[in-house]
Write a protein that binds this ligand. Sequence first.
Ligand SMILES: [Mg+2]
Length: 256
Amino acid sequence: MIKLLSTDFDGTLVDHDATPRVQPALFETFQQLHERGVLWAVNTGRVLWHIEEGLRELQFPILPDFVLTSEREVFHRGPDGRWQDYGDWNARCAKEHDNLFAQASQLLTDIEDFLAKHTRAHPIYEGERLIGLAAESDDEMDAIVEFLARECKRVPGFQFMRNTIYVRFCHEAYSKGTALGELARLTGISRDEIFAAGDHYNDLPMLDGRHAKWVTCPGNAVEAVKKTVSQAGGYVANGVCSGGIVEALRHFRAGE
Ligand SMILES: [Mg+2]
């Protein structure tokens, strides 16, 4: 029986090209599951304020019980209703990233040079730290990813997450998958009771069957995601975004 939903947001629940962006059937399904005690974690690449804004803007009838942000941080609600760190995972995550970025200073300089000389991509900074980049197109990102895959090997543990035309640099031990694993540990919910849904490369770590048994992707997911979901014995939906997720929840008979 499914006790926890771990869903990506953009491209999985939300179709930014459609009207409405989230189908009413998804709201109804989530409401019903919520009434039956099924918990919901939004597992997103967005940072905390940005996912709060998204949930407000799209007027979800229920709020998630957890938000897993930036593809690696884990938050639950504090007594005042605000999001707060769940356990010490976020502190450990921040410390390991500080160490990793310190070791990667030459690599990051080389990435900056490559972007400036060979691409039209925009570097993304947090303070002075290069934390990722935005490409001009998917094709350009394909070429950048080839470069990164080759160069990032120079620094043990240094990895990157791709989501559409965006890349975020990260420690290989921190992903949507391991963050979900930590949430499972903290809540005492087992892998066999977890449903996970996503559409893009940064969702792969939560869709390979390791952290969730019931895995799915909407019909608009990239091929690599469809392949991973199939190999994990999951369900590749036909419907796009929220339509696909409602379809998958019916397929798995969630809430029964
Ligand atoms: Mg997505």
